[in-house]
Design a protein around this ligand. Structure first.
Ligand SMILES: *Cc1c(COP(=O)(O)O)cnc(C)c1O
Length: 463
């Protein structure tokens, strides 16, 4: 360590010397000379500031690794792989549903080719990008037709806009007070309603709404009845929500369509997995909803998308609305949606779709993985806990799991931060001042990454 600021400044490498180090020279080859030079200058500038403030300069190695690190963060592959050890199956911050390899391959295959996306090979004329999905949605849900859009939020906006545009004299949409909810991420039913041009007519009370409340609110201005799955909260106790079928009866009597925003929506019976029953798309269709809306990347376990299944006349109206073009889905996602729906049609979702694999993994299989992590790291103990479903579906619903529970010597927050700093970031859950790692949501080939991250964090913890 040089003992005067002058010698410290003099000992700093030149920009050129930094650029000539093996690691930085690699960066220059992969990115551009100018941008890497700018980074190197910036890192040197910081080193000078450190000498000025602390009379101490970082080592050349530290400067090089800072350059490499910053280049990687700025221009490297994104988003980065993380290990989801939270046990939350649909973690919105971690990208919700991971796709199966079959589905991911469908998306990447269609990405790099020309295709008959909007081309009819028989006639040689323009085709519809929606026809194939419409058929698959019809087969999976029992509806007449369907359409896929960007996400369910845009599906709701588009549907409302289309339904109120059908007749200028009809702009009112009836919603129960208990369902005029905020789903999260700024998605509030009353706001979306306003944006769509619909006039919200709230009925019932927060906890109790009856079919007769809908009927009493119907006027010549009524465009639709909207049912919204409250998704991320439950009202318990003295509550009443009418059956969808009863709402449809009221609607049919007055020629008013019922739109059903299922939120997550599910094609399988979740009771089979020890969960409460999440409303199924097929039931909504058979109960007579004119349009049923659900997400592609919640319990369907596919890519981000909004799926709408329903009566052909309503689907046509929705498809032709100008907003449909604004929320149009891209070809890669369309391929992924198609492959996801085929997994269900083949009844192969449990083997093929990762979220169903995770949800259906037995507790004993999970426990033996947690035990393997414990044995390999010598850290913590294996305990029974609960995994959450997440993603705004099945609120409060958990399934039994086993976790590796670690009580660090230092703070749990710094231990968790260390797990995130390892080469493949591991995201854990903190509960009762302990760090919990749940194997349920950890991919099979990520065990090594978890073990390395725990070892790294233990090492830092013991210092
Ligand atoms: C999640 C959710 C949405 C939004 O769906 P995205 O696919 O996230 O856009 C809309 N409505 C309900 C009821 C939801 O649960």
């Amino acid at each position: 360590m040089p003992d005067t600021p002058e010698s410290a400044y003099r000992s700093l490498p030149s920009v050129d010397a930094l650029l000539q180090s093996d690691e930085v020279a690699d960066l220059v080859r992969n990115f551009s000379h100018d941008s890497v030079t700018m980074l190197a200058r910036d890192v040197l500038g910081k080193a000078r500031a450190k000498i000025k403030d602390d009379n101490e300069s970082p080592s050349v190695d530290a400067m090089i690794s800072e350059i490499v690190d910053r280049a990687d963060r700025a221009w490297g592959a994104w988003p980065k792989q993380v290990v989801n050890a939270t046990g939350v199956v649909l973690h919105t911050n971690l990208g919700r549903a991971p796709l199966s390899s079959v589905v991911a391959k469908a998306a990447s295959d269609s990405a790099s080719i020309y295709s008959d996306l909007e081309f009819d090979l028989d006639s040689g004329k323009r085709g519809s990008r929606n026809a194939h999905i419409s058929n698959l949605l019809a087969q999976s849900s029992g509806a007449e037709a369907g359409i896929a859009v960007n996400n369910n939020a845009s599906g709701v906006l588009l549907t409302l806009a289309a339904v109120v545009s059908a007749d200028p004299a009809k702009t009112e949409v009836i919603v129960s007070r208990g369902e005029a909810v905020e789903i999260g991420g700024g998605f509030r039913v009353p706001d979306v309603m306003r944006q769509s041009g619909a006039t919200l007519v709230e009925i019932g009370t927060t906890n109790r709404t009856y079919a007769k409340d809908y009927e009493a609110a119907i006027t010549p201005r009524t465009a639709a009845i909207l049912k919204v799955h409250p998704s991320n909260f439950v009202v318990e106790g003295f509550t009443h929500v009418p059956e969808l079928a009863d709402m449809v009866t009221v609607g049919k009597k007055h020629n008013v369509p019922v739109i059903n925003d299922l939120g997550s929506g599910c094609l399988v019976d979740t009771r089979k997995y020890g969960l409460d029953q999440e409303p199924q798309v097929q039931d909504s269709v058979s109960d007579g909803a004119a349009l049923t809306l659900f997400s592609g990347d919640k319990l369907l376990g596919g890519p981000q998308a909004g799926l709408i299944a329903g009566e052909k006349a309503w689907i046509d109206l929705v498809s032709k609305h100008p907003l449909a073009r604004a929320v149009r889905i891209d070809k890669m996602t369309l391929s992924a949606i198609a492959a996801t729906l085929v997994s269900y049609l083949k009844d192969a979702h449990e083997e093929e779709i990762p979220i169903w694999k995770f949800i259906s993994t037995s507790e004993s299989a999970i426990a033996s993985r947690a035990e393997k992590w414990r044995v390999e790291t010598g850290a913590g103990q294996v305990e029974r806990a609960r995994s959450a479903i997440g993603g705004g579906s099945l609120p409060g619903q958990t399934i039994p799991t086993s976790v590796l529970a670690i009580q660090p010597a230092g703070s749990v927050d710094s231990f968790a931060a260390c797990l995130r700093k390892s080469p493949i970031a591991v995201v854990a859950r903190i509960e009762n001042d302990r760090v919990l790692l749940d194997p349920r949501t950890v991919m099979n080939d990520q065990d090594h990454a978890v073990i390395e991250a725990i070892k790294f964090a233990m090492d830092q913890d013991s210092r």
